[in-house]
Design a protein around this ligand. Structure first.
Ligand SMILES: NC(=O)c1ccc[n+]([C@@H]2O[C@H](COP(=O)([O-])OP(=O)(O)OC[C@H]3O[C@@H](n4cnc5c(N)ncnc54)[C@H](OP(=O)(O)O)[C@@H]3O)[C@@H](O)[C@H]2O)c1
Length: 269
């Protein structure tokens, strides 16, 4: 899916996976870069523009209804050929001890925002009989995740929502992907106050590995993309095991592994 006439609209383009999507797509698409960090977005736009890519920067907090409405309107324009719903964040800790606002903000960003932007873009794409949407879910979508309960539940929504829509529009020239990365080196864990130290190196991916896998899956029209062999095995095991078992195992891993070096932003652990 390459089209210099069209734009790829990427949410959360200011860092991590979103920034890498912009860099890898800049040879093939013009770009709409969405995020809150204006400086980081403009710096990225300067880098991508150097390769003769048209770059629009949309400074927007997707939790703000007015900002979201602007991005929705942009996503509905016929020159958007690819939408990447990537913006997201996590929290970690005992659900009842975590601040409710951040839990609800995840539900809003991962569920309502993804639903709205997908709806806005898909209508136009179906009418044009072309286009693609990549919704960033997570390997966390394959089991209940104690100590990250809201995050995993919202990412499960993203996975199944995307799979269902993909089937609806399969014959209409439009492609939808649920991207389910495992642990990936980005700002995500620092922002979630999750320690990276106890997660073994073989579990980690780099942003270029994840984005490369996603864009190759896009070419193949593969609906669920799980980058990395280890993640594929874990997802398959989690998908087939009883959820009571996977919840127990995941909870224990979190308690005895990830939580040990958790920072002050993670008081429940
Ligand atoms: N890293 C991992 O291990 C991992 C694994 C599986 C899935 N994921 C998913 O991958 C996606 C990207 O995360 P990342 O790992 O690249 O982390 P990251 O480096 O922290 O990037 C998150 C991006 O989301 C944007 N964002 C967050 N809240 C926003 C809001 N209210 N409005 C607009 N933009 C917002 C941030 O932009 P601003 O700060 O500029 O607003 C930032 O660009 C997320 O959906 C995450 O759940 C990550």
């Amino acid at each position: 899916m390459r089209n210099r006439e069209k734009f790829a609209l990427i949410t959360g383009a200011s860092s991590g996976l979103g920034k890498e999507f912009a860099l890898q797509l800049s040879d093939h698409f013009n770009l709409v870069l969405v995020g809150r960090n204006a400086e980081a977005l403009h710096e990225l736009a300067d880098t991508c523009s150097a390769q003769h890519t048209l770059c629009e920067v949309m400074v927007a907090d997707l939790s703000n209804p007015t900002d979201l409405a602007r991005v929705e309107a942009r996503a509905a324009k016929p020159n958007v050929g690819l939408l990447i719903n990537n913006a997201g964040f996590g929290t970690a800790g005992l659900f009842h001890e975590l601040p409710l606002e951040a839990e609800l903000a995840q539900v809003d960003l991962h569920v309502a925002v993804v639903t709205r932007l997908t709806h806005a873009a898909l209508k136009t794409m179906v009418a044009q009989k072309e286009g693609g949407i990549i919704n960033v879910s997570s390997i966390a979508a394959f089991q209940p995740a104690p100590y990250s309960a809201t995050y995993a539940a919202t990412k499960t929504f993203v996975r199944y929502f995307s799979e269902a829509i993909a089937e609806e529009v399969r014959s209409k020239g439009v492609y939808v992907q649920a991207l389910c990365p495992g642990f990936t080196h980005t700002e995500f864990h620092k922002r979630a106050a999750i320690s990276k130290n106890r997660i073994p190196e073989f579990m980690w991916s780099t942003v270029d590995e994840v984005v490369d896998a996603s864009l190759r899956a896009l070419e193949r029209r593969q609906v669920v993309c799980i980058p990395g062999a280890v993640n594929k095995v874990l997802a398959t095991l989690s998908d087939t095991a009883p959820t009571a078992l996977t919840a127990r195992v995941t909870g224990n891993l979190f308690r005895f592994g990830l939580a040990k070096d958790a920072g002050p932003g993670n008081p429940a652990l």
